[in-house]
Design a protein around this ligand. Structure first.
Ligand SMILES: C[S@@+](CC[C@H](N)C(=O)[O-])C[C@H]1O[C@@H](n2cnc3c(N)ncnc32)[C@H](O)[C@@H]1O
Length: 227
């Protein structure tokens, strides 16, 4: 049996029963194997840019004795274009937010209604949220998973074609207000911004940047009771 940790379990929770999944950067293919083993999906594409992770994926699937997984060695969504009418949900988990933006930019064909994207950035969640809204995607739901003191954002996203410029505070916090870890996420962001402010103060320059950081801290405090 495949066991997922809370981060990938939260990703799995956003996968609709019966969907056909493309797992980009699959590595061990734990996510598709878990979803097939538990009868949530029957088919998946396990995609990775590197041969080693692809071999890991094949080993997991063989050991689990499951069928329905097709392996694609490719950069991002590139190798999926010939299969674009056969999957409906693409997952990118465990990669940097900026890499996810690059992967989405390199595959303009994926900007169509009907696809669901489940994204779990390891960094730069704010850059990813800003990119999504500026390029016609909408974040429908978000959750936060916690593993060993680290918080992870998980986003369920659709393409709508409406472009929106979101405010920095929205880019930083996302749609996570109903998460049990929301206050912790806000506290973590405030701490990070305070460190950034102190670094600018030590360098004794970039006054407008410092003011922006202070304003952002105040805004996050207003969104919470962390005052
Ligand atoms: C840290 S692992 C994440 C594995 C799994 N998705 C998870 O969340 O546990 C990142 C994987 O992404 C793959 N990767 C990195 N850049 C990629 C790209 N441009 N296209 C496809 N896969 C990529 C790496 O080879 C690696 O296997």
């Amino acid at each position: 049996m495949i066991h997922l940790t809370p981060r990938l379990l939260s990703v799995a929770a956003y996968v609709t029963k019966g969907s056909v999944l493309a797992d980009i950067g699959t590595d061990h293919a734990y996510l598709p194997a878990y979803l097939i083993e538990n009868g949530i999906i029957a088919r998946a594409f396990a995609c990775d840019i590197h041969e080693g992770p692809m071999q890991n994926a094949k080993t997991t699937v063989n050991d689990a004795g499951i069928t329905g997984v097709e392996f694609i060695l490719s950069d991002g969504l590139q190798g999926l274009e010939p299969h674009k009418d056969t999957f409906d949900t693409a997952v990118m988990a465990g990669m940097g937010g900026e890499l996810m933006c690059d992967i989405l930019s390199a595959a303009p064909w994926c900007r169509r209604e009907g696809y669901t994207f489940i994204l779990q950035p390891m960094s730069r969640a704010n850059t990813l949220r800003r990119y999504l809204y500026a390029h016609g995607f909408e974040i429908l739901h978000e959750s936060i998973a916690k593993e060993k003191d680290k918080l992870y954002n998980i986003m369920k996203v659709r393409f709508t074609s409406n472009t929106v410029n979101i405010r920095e505070v929205e880019a930083l916090l996302g749609k996570t207000t109903d998460s049990e870890y929301y206050e912790e996420l806000c506290a973590r962001e405030i701490k990070r911004l305070q460190k950034m402010y102190a670094a600018f103060a030590r360098a004794n320059h970039m006054q407008p940047e410092q003011e922006k950081i202070l304003e952002l801290i105040k805004e996050i405090e207003r969104y919470t009771c962390l005052q």
